[in-house]
Write a protein that binds this ligand. Structure first.
Ligand code: COA
Length: 174
């Protein structure tokens, strides 16, 4: 498996990954059905807006995962989202995506990366914790799902050292 920066040409493939993971109805906020064309268009718009995207490829070159860093309304803060197809998990792809994103973040003029995760998503929370993300809060019953149920989410974040100060950062994932 290998990680590379994704471009607009990857939009359909990345949308396909999101659609499959959404269909598991367990890990990510996006609920099925995912309209592939509409999602691919959103990904292209996101890239035009200077969001950053990485693709995880399997050994045959198929896109099996992605990590995105989105702009937020707060200057210097980006939000992270990632997912990998079920068949490709547990083989270091999550770490590879996170390593690539953190290299980028170390060189960027940003002070914080944040994310939200379902409180029962043990694998993701473990990955984020391993990379120095800390829980900042719980959004109680914040999200109304299509079936009417309400879901809470954990807010996790990692502070970024000023450029050139990466050594002093805790939990650098190594
Ligand atoms: C979370 C996710 C990206 C992790 O990717 P992955 O390729 O499975 O993870 P890796 O093999 O690189 O493992 C990295 C770390 O993740 C954690 N992890 C991965 N699978 C795990 C599992 N089944 N149980 C507990 N921790 C797990 C561990 O901390 C692991 O570190 P370790 O190998 O030192 O123990 C992946 O499981 C995924 O896409 N899940 C579904 C979508 C999702 O939950 N996205 C995040 C939404 S907030």
């Amino acid at each position: 498996m290998r990680v590379r920066r994704a471009t607009a040409d990857d939009a359909e493939a990345v949308a396909g990954v999101i659609r499959e993971v959404a269909e598991e109805r367990r890990w990510i906020a996006t609920e099925p059905p995912v309209d592939l064309a509409e999602r691919a268009e959103r990904i292209r718009a996101m890239l035009e807006n200077d969001d950053a995207l990485w693709a995880l490829e399997d050994d045959g070159g198929a896109v099996v995962g992605n990590l995105a860093l989105h702009q937020t309304p707060i200057r210097g803060v980006v939000s992270l989202g990632m997912c990998i197809l079920a068949g490709a998990r547990g083989r270091g792809g999550g770490r590879a995506l996170m390593d690539a994103a953190l290299l980028y973040l170390e060189a960027a003029d940003l002070h914080k990366v944040e994310l939200e995760v379902w409180p029962d998503n043990g694998p993701a929370i473990s990955l984020y914790t391993r990379y120095g993300f800390e829980v900042e809060g719980l959004r109680r019953n914040h999200y109304r799902r299509k079936d009417g149920s309400l879901r809470s989410s954990l807010i996790m974040a990692r502070l970024l050292a000023p450029s050139g100060d990466a050594q002093s950062r805790p939990g650098s994932g190594t």
